[in-house]
Design a protein around this ligand. Sequence first.
Ligand SMILES: Cc1ncc(C[n+]2csc(CCOP(=O)(O)OP(=O)(O)O)c2C)c(N)n1
Ligand SMILES: [Mg+2]
Length: 889
Amino acid sequence: MTDKQNPEQLVEIENSEWRESLDYVLQTQGADRVRQLLRQLQIRAQQQGVSIPYTANTPYINTIPTDQQAVFPGKRELERRIKSIIRWNAMAMVVRANRESPGIGGHISTYASAATLWEIGFNHFWRGRTEGFLGDMVYFQGHAAPGVYARAFLEGRLSEGDLERFRNELHPEGGLSSYPHPFLMPNFWEFPTVSMGLTALTAIYQARFNHYLVDRGLRKSSGRKVWAMLGDGEMDEPESLGAITLATREQLDNLIFVVNCNLQRLDGPVRGNGKIMQELEAAFRGAGWNVIKVVWGGNWDRLLAEDKSGKLIQRMDEVLDGEMQRFTLGNGAYIREHFFGKYPELLELVKNYSDDQLGALTRGGHDPDKVYAAYKAAFEHKGSPTVIFAQTIKGYGMGEAGEGKNITHSQKKLNEDELKEFRTRFNIPVSDDEIAEAPFYKPDDDSPEIIYLKERRAALGGSIPSRNDGSHPMACQTDALIQEYLTGSGERELATTMAFVHMLAKLLRDPELGKLIVPIVPDEARTFGMEALFRQAGIYSHSGQLYEPVDKGSLLFYNEKKTGAILEEGLSEAGSMASFIAAGTAHSNNGVQTIPFYTFYSMFGFQRVGDLIWQACDSRARGFLIGATSGRTTLAGEGLQHQDGHSHLLAMTPTKVKAYDPAFAYELAVIVHEGLTRMYCHQEDWIYYLTVMNETYQMPAMPKRADVREGIIKGMYKYQAGKKGKYKAHLLGSGAILNEALKAQQMLETYQVKADVWSVTSYKELYTDAIECERWNLLNPEKKAKAPYLSRLLAKEKGVFVASSDYMKVLPAAVAKWFPSPLHCLGTDGFGRSDSRANLRDFFEVDARYITVATLRQLALAGEIEMSIVSKAISELEINPDKLNPHNQ
Ligand SMILES: Cc1ncc(C[n+]2csc(CCOP(=O)(O)OP(=O)(O)O)c2C)c(N)n1
Ligand SMILES: [Mg+2]
């Protein structure tokens, strides 16, 4: 030190001395010692009141230092050629599809940014399914699907015609779906990844479920990995981050996230004013993940090594994502001026670099060496999940057409000049004469590219993605399982929820099916009376039970164990649905026919996780969704945000869902039996949604008529004929409200009405069947018209019809037109209230009195009785006609 040094210089000298000390310790004693010393310094500072700001971030440089980088084992030049061809074809698919049908859509820029990330996976890591190995599970970012198709084309799995029919699925020869949909391409896609946010969530639970299967002894551990290829914009969805702590808690080192940080989403930058990689790094490190950042390409390594001032890393840390995007568009001179130009030390650092060299500095996600090293480290990492954040450029290679521009996400067209530029940049052998056509290009089968690509896939066990439908019809012996529920409960009163839990316990004990049953519950087991299953089946916990539960002495103690069957997901309906999807698709994805029974508060089902239910259908998941505590008036006391009177409407939407609202234990048993038979014995893709209730009453025996069982399944059957009366009516009831119809049947006798009571187990089944007939009749005008089941059932019935349920009036209204005379619908439109069942049924006008009045009015409208009788009934039954409409309250 000399006197002439100013304070800034002194600080700098001190900084460099400390840095050198650290380097020395690292070289002589290793990384652990460095960590110890830093910890010591932290303690020392804290003891003296110097609080150290918490940061979960590491500097904005690659996590893996160059000298620890695994050596890339591939043929780099050949892989680049292959990747370039895939880039071209992926782009051409979209361009051509949009020329053929303007507005048909598709995305070019996402795959353009992800190509290296995916190709390293395809050539070196992602293993296909072989005899002895189920293969890795790769969730491909949905809108980059053209990249997967373009690769499948080179691998010979798809033809040129297939590529031409991208987004043209209704073509007579079939086309390629816009995004990954197992529902639409069941032999190709495994995981629907299109609804942003669900990929991360479902991948986490899938990885956990893979452990569950091993722990429960249903599958051998094989080392297979779950890879989720994600977008940085997508990480803003709450579901993306919502389960990341579960992944560490469960030590999911079989899980790897790769987040393609192209710093852009659809409209613009993900974090123009910040740094998305740093923000996500903090979240994931905080959650205990192994985080690997791949920020810069290899051509930055020398600059970083030569930078003794620390200013380069400082600049990297400072630069905003919005600026980084700007550097993509700017040339080398611009980068020199605006990136390096901020500090004289940095200008000095790059003084021997030409503008072209600066312009060519790459982002980490476009450097195969860096990406390979990150993947290898992730693959080998033990004890926690890994997330790789790879910085890329959105629309990489699209040049003027969109590289790094805010419009790039939606860019679907390239003009001739832009095509030429793309062709030249990636060296695709397409001549100027042909370029306007954007022809697909595939090298000959004996070309080095195709030979190499096929060799690599063969070495990794074959092509992916490839969905294997491992379904084999099973000879199930399920009849005996339900017999006991068909005979009724005698004097004993129970709720359908209790009957269901009893059935579930019985299924779990069954020697054939028991090991396949997966009960799933989001912290409501006690609400549903399921705690008896804790002891019987055990709550799954990979680490077993490391503590003595407080209720150890009791019969129903909280029994966590490694071989537990119950997935107690805590308060996460979304997580539970993700588990449902994993268990419900195990027949294809895990070669084992697990049978999920996901039981939840029905209010927090379809409306809360409807998107995941839709995804479950797309995944071809099978299983039972049990909406418990259902019914707007049957769930007493809970009020507006708990009482469900509409999930059956929402259940109308996905056609692969069958929805039932049974009233009695025998109905429930018949439906569960039917579900097991169709989904597991016959291997059909269905999801059965059953609502069960918590009102207790005596469960009758199943009427001994041949039509009853069929009626339960088809949605409606006559439960009890009326005894006597001059006038004829039919009362339709569902769920617990069927009991109100039975009470009304009695009341109506005093008005000389003979009312038959029908149990409607499923309006959805009735509706689906009716519209199917209607459609057939429309298209076959000269053939004998088909009559819907409902019309056939009621063809000979005289009299009036009144339907009541614990759901909105529109539910029975959906099938009204197939009734022989007008149907009056009672239902629970409006917000719930906390009160007793009796008061709620009065408030919503669905109790026996309202059914009685509605029936009398239908009779009066039909000219059978006088309207004055209706008025008389209103007053006799103490109904206030000036009562406010619950719909508006
Ligand atoms: C839930 C949901 N909302 C909106 C979309 C429409 N969408 C598809 S891709 C996209 C932007 C994705 O950005 P990012 O995740 O960063 O992916 P990139 O294309 O940049 O790789 C949007 C908004 C969607 N698929 N899902
Ligand atoms: Mg993005």
